[in-house]
Design a protein around this ligand. Sequence first.
Ligand code: G3P
Length: 223
Amino acid sequence: MKFFIDTANLDQIKEAQDLGILDGVTTNPSLMAKEGISGEDKVIAHYKAICDIVDDNVSAEVIAVTYDEIIKEGEALAALDAKIVVKVPMIKDGIKAIKYFSSKGIKTNCTLIFSAGQALLAAKAGATYVSPFLGRLDDIGSEGLTLVEDIRTIFDNYGYPTQILAASIRGPLHIIACAKLGADVMTGPLTAILGLLKHPLTDSGLATFLADHKKAAASITQQ
Ligand code: G3P
């Protein structure tokens, strides 16, 4: 399972990269705004800074919503670095643009997926990734994980190479559930990734090991 971090915060991206388990980064206009990144030059510089930190897979989202504009913006983003994946919204012009990008060998991430039908369309258009938003479905009382399960079944039925990128992950339990369902990738905040480290029995077990080691060392010194 690939691990992407869902942030535009450079410190958090570096922390996850330093951990040695990071496969990529996803951003969106809201995450860029949260870091105070606005204006074309700053946005481009920020994507380049992210590409300098990670090994591959940097999703950069287009703002355009019409076919011609999505193509123009997406090609400019893709030209920034070979690591860029053009993130395109799940709309009619977005699907057409994904088909075009696919024919040109440009990697895409179809975002804002909330139904299996949307994922199927994106796969048929040749998307590299589809991003079902689990947390946001959970927020409205729908089953985010069921969507991942349905997309997995459909993609496996037909052998679509499009990868399922489970997005809008809220915590470690989401990551584990997505891994069990066979999501190819998960993107989540640093807190969700670090949450996988935690177990109280690990903490108490380590404390006991260290205390026993200290006691044994002290008894040797006394002899
Ligand atoms: O990057 C897209 C997605 O992961 C957004 O997550 O937490 O804003 O629902 P969230």
